[in-house]
Design a protein around this ligand. Structure first.
Ligand SMILES: Cc1cc2nc3c(=O)[nH]c(=O)nc-3n(C[C@H](O)[C@H](O)[C@H](O)COP(=O)(O)O)c2cc1C
Length: 445
């Protein structure tokens, strides 16, 4: 156990509190989600609470039938949004999402380096291999998960090489001699790989603010190995503490295997928080939020991820492991499919129970429905038993739930000595405890 271990806490700006019926509340400001003012108040409040980072997941496709109920991820480009929030805040980390499947590394290297300059060292990159969207990029089908991870590894390598191609030492800016840069230090990267050919150098210099931390999402065997090589933190889906402990111990083992400090990669599960002043208020919030669920969408999800059609089954019928097909079928997300399969094997739920589980309706995230004190207990339980190093808060149900999280849960964690009273550094890397001046090694990119 590390001494004085502190939680690492991010706040998702994916407007999770507008999901389901949340946006229908009179105070939801749902009309404003493409205006930056909507996010500024949350960003400032999160910074006042000394959170480690703001987090903006993203997807590069739109399924109009998903929009009939709530806004989902449709909205502002995450890096542009965070660049605006950089001007409104001064300390909190700003983690954008960029897919390695549908972008080009030169663009991503430039955009992230720009965000790092604009925010004076607070950029972070959530590296995703994406789940959908191939039709928007001229592809006939979604590349297979392993091919996406091969590309992700090469992509990340190219991004890091591009950042190094115009190092900060090259910026001389000597007015006297008229020398702007040391040209000998700015070198092409001449990358020739299976997915990319990139000459370089990058057209934006390295900053003075240290390195850009990487988050990663995707926990299949390949996803875990990728994270263990390159990530500083993992955005994880862990519906119960056992899933969290398994992931944490496996990641520590893999990180050590890549010659890194096992504690240098933080496991940060998403935490769905339906908070109320009383438990019954929180339960009502949870029920109201989910009151209009689309049953067919749930059936379709179970069929895709589990390979079992439950439409014709009685609500009381139990799913038993014998009903499950072999686990190696291709699925959209191996991470989510494995968690759903694991639920059936461990608990053999009835169809009715399954339809209400976070593995089906909550992206397999950890769920707290209760008071701020209940949330604190659940967080401490996971933190103290090695099931998480922190979390990404996904406040749910209402704006009030979000405020209870920032106004009551966080101060209590501070009182208990597991969260900071103030920032001790100015960059996102500082907040994560990454030593100043640490650079990425070539092995880990
Ligand atoms: C918790 C979690 C969050 C994710 N968030 C995103 C996201 O914001 N955008 C995206 O395109 N893909 C996202 N993904 C998809 C992953 O990047 C990855 O493509 C997918 O999980 C398949 O990888 P796997 O085989 O390791 O499961 C997420 C996955 C997980 C598990």
């Amino acid at each position: 156990m590390q001494k004085n271990r502190q939680l690492c806490i991010g706040l998702s700006l994916a407007t999770t509190w507008l999901a389901g019926n949340g946006w229908r509340r009179p105070d939801s400001r749902a009309e404003e989600i493409c205006l930056t003012d909507f996010y500024v108040d949350y960003a400032k409040k999160a910074e006042a609470a000394r959170l480690d980072f703001l987090f903006r997941p993203d997807a590069l496709f739109l399924k109009p039938d998903m929009l009939d109920q709530s806004p989902g991820l449709a909205g502002l480009d995450p890096t542009l949004l965070l660049a605006t929030l950089a001007r409104e805040t001064s300390r909190i980390g700003l983690v954008t999402t960029a897919s390695t499947t549908f972008n080009h590394p030169y663009h991503v290297a430039r955009a992230l380096q720009s965000l790092h300059w604009i925010s004076r060292g607070r950029a972070g990159w959530n590296i995703v291999t994406a789940l959908d969207g191939h039709e928007n990029f001229g592809l006939d089908a979604m590349p297979g998960a392993d091919a996406r991870y091969d590309r992700a590894m090469e992509f990340t390598q190219v991004v890091c090489d591009l950042w190094r191609s115009y190092p900060k030492q090259a910026r001389v800016v000597d007015r006297q001699s008229g020398r702007y840069v040391d040209r000998s230090l700015i070198q092409p990267i001449d990358h020739q790989g299976p997915c990319f050919r990139v000459k370089g150098p990058l057209n934006i210099p390295e900053t003075d603010f240290g390195r850009i931390p990487f988050l990663q999402a995707g926990a299949s065997d390949r996803g875990r190995d990728f994270a263990a090589r390159v990530a500083d933190a993992i955005f994880a889906a862990t519906p119960d503490p056992d899933a969290g402990r398994e992931l944490v111990s496996d990641i520590r083992r893999r990180v050590r295997g890549h010659g890194r400090d096992p504690h240098s990669v933080k496991v940060l599960p998403g935490l769905n928080l339906f908070l109320g002043r009383t438990r019954s208020e929180a339960q009502a919030l949870y029920r109201d939020t989910h009151a209009r669920q689309n049953l067919e969408r749930k059936y379709a999800y179970i069929e895709e991820a589990l390979g079992v059609d439950v439409r014709g089954m009685a609500p009381g019928q139990r799913l038993i492991p014998a009903l499950l097909p072999e686990p190696d079928r291709p699925v959209r997300s191996r991470t989510h499919a494995a968690l759903l399969r694991r639920l059936v094997i461990r608990e053999q739920p009835t169809v009715a129970e399954l339809l209400d589980r976070p593995e089906v309706i909550g992206s397999s995230h950890w769920l707290v429905v209760g008071t701020p004190e209940d949330a604190v207990d659940s967080i401490l339980q996971r933190f103290n038993t090695g099931a998480a190093d922190g979390f990404v808060a996904l406040p749910s149900g209402s704006d009030a739930s979000l405020h209870l999280f920032l106004d009551e849960v966080i101060p209590r964690l501070v009182e208990l000595g597991v969260f900071r009273t103030d920032y001790s550094g100015t960059t996102f890397a500082d907040h994560l405890g990454i030593p100043a001046g640490e650079t990425r090694s070539r092995a880990g990119v």
